[in-house]
Design a protein around this ligand. Sequence first.
Ligand SMILES: Cc1cc2nc3c(=O)[nH]c(=O)nc-3n(C[C@H](O)[C@H](O)[C@H](O)COP(=O)(O)OP(=O)(O)OC[C@H]3O[C@@H](n4cnc5c(N)ncnc54)[C@H](O)[C@@H]3O)c2cc1C
Ligand code: FES
Ligand code: FES
Length: 471
Amino acid sequence: MITFILNHQLIQTDEPAGMVLLDFIRYKMHLMGTKAGCREGDCGACTVLEGHLENGQVRYKSIVSCLTPLGNVQGKHIVTIEGLQKDKMSPIQQSIIDNSATQCGFCTPGFVMSLTAHSLAQEASSPQKVVNAISGNICRCTGYRSIKHAAADISAVLAGKDMKNPLEWLIKEAFLPEYFRDVAGRLKKIKEQAVSTESGKPVAGGTDLYVQQPDVLAVAEIQFMNEDASLQKIEIEDGFCRIGGAVTASSIVQNEALERYFPKIKAHFKLISSEPIRNMGTVAGNIVNASPIADLTIFFLALDAVVEMQAKDGRKRDVPLRKFYTGYKQLVLQPGETIRAIRFRLPETAVFNFEKVSKRKYLDIASVNSAMLLQLKGDVVETVHLSAGGVFAWPFYAEKTAAFIRGKKLSPELVSEAAEVLLSEIAPISDIRGSKEYKSLLLRQLFLTHFTEMFPQQFTPEVLFSKIMAL
Ligand SMILES: Cc1cc2nc3c(=O)[nH]c(=O)nc-3n(C[C@H](O)[C@H](O)[C@H](O)COP(=O)(O)OP(=O)(O)OC[C@H]3O[C@@H](n4cnc5c(N)ncnc54)[C@H](O)[C@@H]3O)c2cc1C
Ligand code: FES
Ligand code: FES
């Protein structure tokens, strides 16, 4: 039995835990406001709010219901468009009307839910943050300008939000109906209940699996990785960081302690998927999916992360992430083994950079991505790790290039020679994201960009480009 609150209603259902929430909402509960669009997490028409208890309060985020298995909403509060105001418009709905930010209306419930998630965020609003909140919503009618105007109006209203008591303020201002006040108390009463099957297929956020095999999973035995609270921690101790396998991209980017070590992490992670997918997709899911362009994997490869795994009988082992792949979609992970966490040394004095180029800047997978960490001693490179995606059959750790750079004096000459080594050790293929020649060229540019970003005084694009041309 799966128990959760849907809008104001307590749900106790025996439907299969692998069934997607979208189908439950529309075809079992007959709430048709949540739309079925792409069913691949791309369009945002099916966006709902998911609230979970944290320190006695309910924290809400936007998720796509088309990729969320019912098992992942046990003990949570799910809000659909029907769970907002019924007899009057919320300020979000009103600003959409006032700005003509809806035409056919198919996308509108999804936009309203993403914007409502933004209104519930713990940080102050800004027009740009409102736009970020709808990064997972696509509209084919309006052309977005009117939606941006609505976003600016919403942000202006939210400027008055009482940050000390946001829930009461949002209820008073009709962003939320009154029943939200009681949700925390009601969630506390729901008995913790495991819905996992030990021998089942591991599912974390579902953002890879449910795109690929929704029908199989709908009736499959599933091990819900998100049930295990120990997999959801980010721990920082003695210069190391340990990130649980079920930690989402959003939890990483919202971690203030990590932001100290990765000052550009918000900009870097903004290039990864969209707000709701970042709210759902996990580190372990990204690693095990083994996509050659997996962004989180590329990011953590350049931190030389170690993967902590555990077998069903409790046996544990650690494998460096750079040794995790043995072929296209081939992993050292054995059947029954799961990823508990990754850990890496924090870049205290080292510099780090992440780059990604895709056909569309946002909400697109990479054509080529790359990350690099450099630790200097004086002007000599003491430690270097370099990763690249889209140029090999799996997320690539550039071992030869790193070995070439290590121990040498950092100079434009070294960088341009290392770029040649890098191009000699990759094996890109031509596909829908570009020809192999284009990908090689792109990786070289991203490699140079690491240096212009990490050492802007020493490496200007002009200096590096002239060295490359001279080779
Ligand atoms: C619209 C959209 C946009 C996307 N954009 C990007 C993008 O820009 N960049 C990017 O890198 N990815 C992107 N993705 C892919 C996906 O979101 C990420 O790969 C995500 O990190 C997957 O995590 P998950 O928890 O959802 O994985 P799931 O789908 O739950 O699982 C993926 C795989 O990992 C296994 N697994 C999960 N957890 C564990 C564990 N603890 N131990 C062992 N095995 C486990 C599962 O069995 C499965 O084989 C996108 C996906 C969508 C739908
Ligand atoms: S239906 Fe398109 S994101 Fe869910
Ligand atoms: S109003 Fe028609 S898709 Fe957005």
